[in-house]
Design a protein around this ligand. Sequence first.
Ligand SMILES: [Zn+2]
Length: 364
Amino acid sequence: MAMLKLLRAPLKYIQGKDSLLNFYEETKNLGSSFLFICSNSGYKNCHAKIEKSFENTGSKLHFEIFGGISSNSEIEKMRKIVRDEHVEVVVGVGGGSAIDTAKATAYYEKCPVTVVPTVTATDAPCTGLSVIYKDDGTFDKYLFYPKNPEAVIVDSKVIANAPVKFLVAGMGDALGTYFEARACSRTDSPSLENGGVTLSAMALCKLCYETLMEYGYQAKLSCEKHLITPALEAVIEANVYLSGVGADNGGLAVSHSVYNGFTVLEECKNTMHGPLVAFGTIAQLILEKAPREELKKVMDFCYKIGLPMTLKQIGVTDEKRVNIAAEKACAQGETVHNLVGDVTPGQLYDAILTADLLGQKYFK
Ligand SMILES: [Zn+2]
């Protein structure tokens, strides 16, 4: 039987200025006892609005600041709170790790989960999976869930007040989405949800790319000054929903394997996920022999937004080290193999070095 097409998404997506004041309205059907697993800044920036939305409702709220990484011991700690306090709904408030911890806790305790992203740097909010780390912070495994979060609630004011580097990083992650899905559909490769790519998923991925091109730069300027504009709203939606649901259902290819490859290099440890994905996207387009116009459009965008285009910008000063990253990026099971004709470490090395050469031209 041919692979079945599949589309999954959060049940509900809410976005706008002060949307957290509606938290109770949007989630009251899920239960009346809530555990909020918060990052430090997530707690600081969100708890007042959330508490206000619950005024006089009689619901029980428990805010818990979590340890910073989505590790098994952290998840165990949160599960104990769920059991001891008869929690009915788990909420993740913060960046990727708080969200991943909340999703895992809810899954194991069979509770619905709601997500409140406080930055738009990754695809964590809308996807049906968590990245689990070991207690020392190194990658452990992916945890796949049977469904996506019940609700994702994005407060644009919280996003606009967060450091702009997170919005830019999210645009880097979102930049790969369309090209990776396109690569998967060309080879009938499965999505992250292990299904065939639907027309609907491709449409979301394409809209993600177009939204970045149209509004990315203006959104960056707005966010720098903490201004909320329609362009910023559009890019928040692209980073959180279009990129998240798009990648989940459209699949990954070279961009994310390049990210995985560079994470083994010590010198890249301060470069965030999204910027590495953006650099990997340039390498993917080179491997695909993409039309010059398309490559130029992507590179012009990276330059304007401040996404990396050279090895130096991602922390690599010794070209030979790229061999290690390329080997790792082409390991068995990596999504790099979803590309037409497949990719060898040697070919990837050449493409990455070429991306670097083209990128350097922008800074001369
Ligand atoms: Zn990503």
